[in-house]
Ligand binder design. Sequence first.
Ligand code: G3I
Length: 364
Amino acid sequence: MISRRNALLGGARLIGALAGGIVPGLGAGAASAATSAAGTTRRIPYGACVNFTPFLNEAEYRIAFETYCQQVTPEYGLFWGYLRPTRNQFVFDYADKVLAFADLNEMTMRGHTLVWYGAMPDWTKQIGSAAEAERELTLHIEKVVGRYRGRIKTWQVVNEPIDDVKDGAAGLRPSIWLQQLGPKYLDMAFRLAHQADPAAELLINEYDVECVGASYAARRQALLTLVRELLARGVPLHGVGLQGHIQGKYEIDDDGVSSFVSEIKSLGLSVHVTELDVIDKEFAGPITVRDAMVAGRAYDFLNAIFAAERPSAIGTWGITDRYTWVPTWNKRADGLANRPLPLDDHYRPKPLWSVIDYFCQKAP
Ligand code: G3I
């Protein structure tokens, strides 16, 4: 169980920021009013991932995106697992519908993701040679990026290439691509995406680089090393996505994140917050206190990034507590629902929304 003192540290800094009037609209505990996406004065776009089932069936869910977002990302509609149920099939309905919604609402859509170890359909286990892997990767990227050429402006080309930390270091995560093509699978993926849409911004996307601790530091270092190696090989890499699935039980490594982001900036790369949510599994206390802790952790994370660079976008992984991946692996011992996202399960803005809204409107 997280110590109350530790957890409140994040919240305390947030509350301190409130006292200084830095984060307006939170002092009363009520979140700031929603800023309509259409009429937003927002300088940095805010977006969220879209789960297909509520998107199709619940008007309130769609209205939340229309009210708060300038960007949308299909949560799993561009995974191989959804797009490619069989080797010869492409199922674009999910991505097409979300893109049509984005167009209708003057939003942009982010492509997530072209190459990942996860959510792969069973048939890909039959890929048994480098030549076959190259053929399938080429076909996939050419077809998918080509379909959305000029319409999806930002692609999270490779997702989570860094492995878990072992003996203090983190190498490349095993995948069918690494197994068959070696580390150059990353080069291939980015070059193919760039050829398919030369105007698209191409990102590498990673998690667990936010908090204090040796493993987080090792993952930041591994990601920086990988990024430098890719740039040194002339790979068309344009930015880094920081997922931001914040483990609430740990403090944000303010200095670690700021210097990490400064390094990314010094390499000429953009920074995107792509999947922000706060895993509140260990947070105790009344809802108002838990929500302040969640907002506090997010405030510390975004504040550390902004100390070094303005992110190109701030995205959360879902928009409402009603639909979040967090309980899949992080159910609370007390049986209460997780509260990781900016809107509660009745689409009411929470303190986390005020923090995001504050940073999106923060003047350069
Ligand atoms: O419900 C549909 C079903 O109708 C459909 O026939 C089937 C076809 O594949 O998909 C089902 O949806 C599943 C979906 O979860 C339900 O919400 C998808 O199979 C499944 O892939 C999906 O899992 C996603 C998971 O990544 C895959 O590992 C989660 O939505 C998604 O939130 C999660 O997101 C990841 C990011 O991509 C990377 N960062 C971590 C993040 C959280 O794990």
